[in-house]
Ligand binder design. Structure first.
Ligand SMILES: NC(=O)c1ccc[n+]([C@@H]2O[C@H](COP(=O)([O-])OP(=O)(O)OC[C@H]3O[C@@H](n4cnc5c(N)ncnc54)[C@H](OP(=O)(O)O)[C@@H]3O)[C@@H](O)[C@H]2O)c1
Length: 265
């Protein structure tokens, strides 16, 4: 359910043209926030912006590719100009993969790390003074795969683990500024991410390899993530498999590896 707490907050959301990012945008708009939305696919981004019904906030969309550092700079500048500052940065854009490392083209690995990790770091750097000024919040969409190395997801796992290293360190650096840093780790969520996942040669997979699997809804993940960010929680684990994988990784890593190996054969 939308909450009124975000009324008057200024928010940049990456990956807002689809899935979890679109759900976050719709919920924040419902709560009266003013939004800057971004994603690559302009028609889909525009449709999400039009579906955002903000009682008193404004919704702006700027389409572009986050692998392009010049676009990241432009996006940060437009965010400052349009919103006049920022209270919440949602680093949500992400791209997944399905390939063994031996078939993974190094360029594909770099694309995944650019979108999932470097774009989040860059936008945070570019907007850090404004976030500090507002004692704002940074919400980072990681994954179960950010806690546990997952076969056929080497680059994806690496990019999500990197988010934890970077944002956990940054949280401590920002302790005195009052900026909150929240990492969210969902398990499977019902979105097109797996259908759009890259194969080893960079082709789009075009099917959901987890079809039939029990999944969280994008709406539920969005609501729980916003609630965690509001409370400035450090880490949110979403879904039973995420909590179980976390416990096994600490207490029985060999057993966890055996389960992961079987699950991907
Ligand atoms: N779905 C899951 O099971 C799951 C589980 C754990 C974590 N997550 C994480 O949740 C986040 C959102 O994923 P989702 O499930 O909502 O997937 P999604 O529906 O595929 O949305 C991904 C978003 O990222 C954007 N994006 C991808 N590549 C981009 C690029 N090069 N430049 C700019 N934007 C780009 C997409 O924009 P366009 O479509 O316009 O290109 C889209 O808006 C990701 O970080 C993902 O890793 C998802």
């Amino acid at each position: 359910m939308p909450t009124p707490r975000w009324n008057d907050h200024r928010v940049l959301i990456t990956g807002a043209s689809s899935g979890i990012g679109a759900a976050i945008a719709q919920q924040l708009a419902g709560a009266g926030a003013t939004l800057m939305l971004t994603g690559r696919n302009e028609p889909r981004l525009t449709a999400v912006a039009q579906s955002c019904d903000s009682p008193n906030g404004r919704v702006t969309a700027l389409a572009g590719d986050l692998t392009d550092p010049a676009f990241r700079t432009r996006l940060a500048e437009e965010t400052r100009r349009t919103l006049g500052g920022i209270d919440l940065l949602v680093n949500n854009a992400g791209i997944s993969m399905n390939a063994s490392f031996e078939t993974l083209d190094p360029d594909v690995l770099r694309i995944i790390c650019e979108v999932n990790f470097f774009a989040a770091v860059d936008l945070t750097r570019l907007l850090l003074d404004a976030l500090t000024e507002s004692s704002g919040r940074i919400l980072v969409m990681s994954s179960l795969t950010g806690l546990v190395g997952t076969p056929t997801r080497t680059a994806y796992s690496a990019s999500k683990h990197a988010l934890h290293g970077f944002f956990n360190a940054l949280r401590v650096e920002l302790r005195r500024s009052g900026v909150g840093v929240t990492l969210v780790c969902p398990g499977y969520v019902e979105t097109p991410i797996r259908t759009r996942a890259l194969l080893g040669d960079g082709a789009i997979q075009g099917r959901d390899h987890a079809e039939g699997h029990r999944m969280l809804s994008a709406d539920r993940v969005a609501a729980a993530s916003l609630n965690a960010a509001w409370r400035r929680r450090r880490l949110l684990l979403l879904g039973r498999e995420t909590r179980l994988a976390r416990i096994l990784s600490l207490l029985a890593p060999g057993l966890l590896e055996m389960i992961l190996d079987r699950a991907t054969r």
